[in-house]
Ligand binder design. Structure first.
Ligand code: HEC
Ligand code: HEC
Ligand code: HEC
Ligand code: HEC
Ligand code: HEC
Ligand code: HEC
Length: 416
């Protein structure tokens, strides 16, 4: 009886705690950051004007008129129809630039969470450059230097030969012998070669191998397009969108969050903003018009005549290679910049890296993993532990774990 009591007490305690947290969780605050990103980020920034005004301080601006504010977010059209002065002023100021805000299906509590997020928002500190970044070594010109050196050496040998000949003749004069002219270069090389057969064999072998490597290198360079930046059907600009407007890369390339490919956004994604923005500072209405043409949008309705935008693919890994954006961006926490360079300074897409096998391996060889960073690595950690404490210590001996140590050099990880 006593033992049962002993077991039951802690059990009952745990049960109550669990119940408390479960009940509590169902009353948990809505996540303002998530709601903002999912519903408002296409047109608003917390701290800067975009298609609509910055949301920071909205509650303050609408103080005393909160009910109208809620109505505005849920149904702008209806709010406008009430004839409220603040709504009218807002609409008159912004609709020429941004059109009318779309109705948002959020409840009061969720809207308040979004405002709380916007008010508390501080722009992220710029990412501090850490050590251990990879630098790409430029192909060196060692072949050219080798050629120059060889010419110099051969000249030196020829000069020395004639010097030796002059000296030998000087000795002959002293001894009273006849003068001799130097043996022709060709003959003397022939003599030397037949006297040093083994050495000759190795020199020949060396030259053949060197030539072979050179040809192999050149062959591998076929299909390597570093810096490739083809003309695109729309003069789209990363500098404007990802740079000036600070739209997140994954807003458009959302595939990077959950799949192998980062994906090119469909024209519908462009329309999240361009149903309201029909003019840009550089190209006016001309380029944005192409989005409307593609979707068959005549400014007020869809005509049904669609013609997909034919973006030119920039990056092309061979079919036998497996690469996953999710594995790198989400699991490995590798930033886009690491592989694509600073796209916020480019117009259309550009190939930044060589995409050779050596490029992949160079990073896997040096890049460190923070094994405490995600649940994915908990599993890896346990797997390593299964091999024994000793092996794990071996990995951690130098205080770091690289991609290579986790299998980033295994052929089968990258090749089908
Ligand atoms: C399709 C674009 C779009 C989306 C999405 C959008 N808004 Fe707006 N919003 C606007 C525009 C444009 C205005 C300016 C008024 C106008 O012209 O309609 C505006 C104005 C506002 C204002 C008034 C700001 C002020 O300071 O007076 C608030 C508040 C607001 N939006 C909240 C939100 C919230 C919250 C969300 C997400 C749940 C959201 N909006 C989603 C376009 C959008
Ligand atoms: C570890 C290196 C690496 C990182 C990090 C990376 N990419 Fe890529 N990206 C590549 C490679 C390699 C390809 C070529 C893939 C192919 O041809 O299959 C590529 C292709 C692309 C493409 C062309 C479409 C596709 O997926 O085939 C886009 C768009 C792209 N990347 C955007 C991004 C964005 C946005 C990020 C950050 C969220 C990112 N990449 C992070 C290496 C990387
Ligand atoms: C999150 C909002 C947003 C999305 C999504 C978006 N744009 Fe834009 N885009 C803008 C804004 C705002 C401008 C005007 C920039 C300015 O006035 O400085 C603009 C400008 C442009 C321009 C004109 C550039 C110039 O300088 O003249 C083009 C072309 C364009 N966008 C194409 C696209 C295409 C194609 C897509 C889809 C792949 C797209 N945009 C998606 C917000 C967006
Ligand atoms: C507003 C939407 C938008 C945003 C934001 C955006 N891109 Fe793009 N990106 C595109 C479109 C459209 C293309 C296809 C046309 C082109 O190549 O420029 C593209 C192409 C690319 C390509 C070349 C893809 C290929 O064909 O291989 C890369 C790489 C890329 N983007 C990286 C990035 C990175 C990194 C960021 C963030 C700094 C980013 N993009 C932000 C719309 C966007
Ligand atoms: C800038 C650094 C960087 C570059 C370049 C890079 N990777 Fe990676 N890669 C990583 C990191 C970090 C991880 C670790 C994520 C993980 O633990 O799976 C990783 C993991 C992987 C994995 C999973 C390995 C495993 O153990 O499951 C594969 C497959 C892979 N990379 C393929 C490639 C290919 C193919 C390329 C070249 C086209 C490439 N990577 C280029 C950094 C890089
Ligand atoms: C981190 C990823 C990765 C690993 C690990 C890897 N490869 Fe590759 N491999 C690549 C990529 C990417 C290419 C395509 C290079 C190109 O197109 O220039 C490639 C190309 C090749 C090629 C074709 C020749 C060439 O360079 O185009 C062969 C053969 C090859 N790999 C064999 C292997 C073998 C054998 C292993 C194991 C020892 C291995 N690879 C491990 C990424 C990898």
């Amino acid at each position: 009886m006593n033992t049962i009591r002993l077991i039951n007490k802690p059990f009952f305690f745990l049960f109550t705690i669990t119940l408390f947290f479960t009940v509590n969780a169902s009353f948990a605050q809505p996540d303002g950051a998530k709601l903002f990103k999912a519903n408002c980020a296409a047109c608003h920034k917390p701290d800067k004007d975009l298609v609509g005004p910055a949301l920071k301080g909205a509650l303050e601006r609408w103080e005393g008129n909160e009910e109208m504010l809620m109505l505005w977010v849920k149904n702008p059209q209806k709010a406008l129809e009430t004839g409220d002065q603040q709504v009218k002023k807002l609409y008159d100021e912004w609709s020429p630039k941004g059109g009318m805000m779309t109705p948002q299906s959020l409840n009061d509590e969720e809207i308040m969470a979004v405002f709380a997020y916007a008010d508390a928002y501080a722009p992220p500190a710029p990412k501090v450059e850490q050590g251990g970044k990879i630098t790409y070594v430029k192909q060196d010109d060692s072949w050219l230097w080798l050629a120059v050196l060889s010419v110099l050496l051969i000249t030196a040998i020829l000069v020395l030969r004639s010097v030796v000949n002059v000296l030998q003749n000087a000795i002959r004069i002293e001894k009273g012998e006849d003068l001799e002219s130097a043996i022709p270069v060709g003959d003397s090389i022939g003599n030397w070669l037949s006297n040093n057969k083994v050495l000759t064999f190795f020199i020949t072998l060396f030259i053949v191998i060197a030539l072979f490597i050179k040809v192999w290198d050149e062959a591998l360079a076929i299909g390597v397009y570093e810096g490739y930046k083809p003309v695109q059907p729309i003069e789209y600009s990363h500098e404007v969108h990802a740079g000036k407007l600070e739209i997140e890369c994954v807003y458009c390339h959302s595939g990077a969050l959950q799949s192998r490919t980062a994906m090119i956004p469909s024209a519908n994604v462009c329309m999240n903003c361009h149903n309201a923005v029909s003019e840009g500072p550089l190209t006016g209405t001309e380029e944005i018009q192409k989005i409307y043409d593609a979707l068959g949008w005549d400014g007020s309705a869809y005509t049904g005549e669609t013609t997909p935008i034919e973006w030119v693919k920039v990056h092309n890994l061979p079919d036998h290679v497996y690469f996953s954006h999710q594995q790198h961006y989400v699991v490995g926490d590798v930033d886009c910049t690491e592989c694509h360079g600073d796209m916020t300074k480019e117009t259309v897409g550009k190939q930044n890296a060589k995409l050779t096998m050596a490029w992949c391996l160079e990073c896997h060889n040096t890049m460190e993993i923070d094994i405490n960073s995600s649940a994915y690595y908990d599993e890896v950690h346990n797997r390593l532990l299964e091999h024994g404490e000793e092996e794990l210590k071996g990995y951690l001996e130098d205080g770091k774990i690289t991609v290579r140590e986790l299998g980033g050099f295994e052929c089968s990880k990258c090749h089908y």
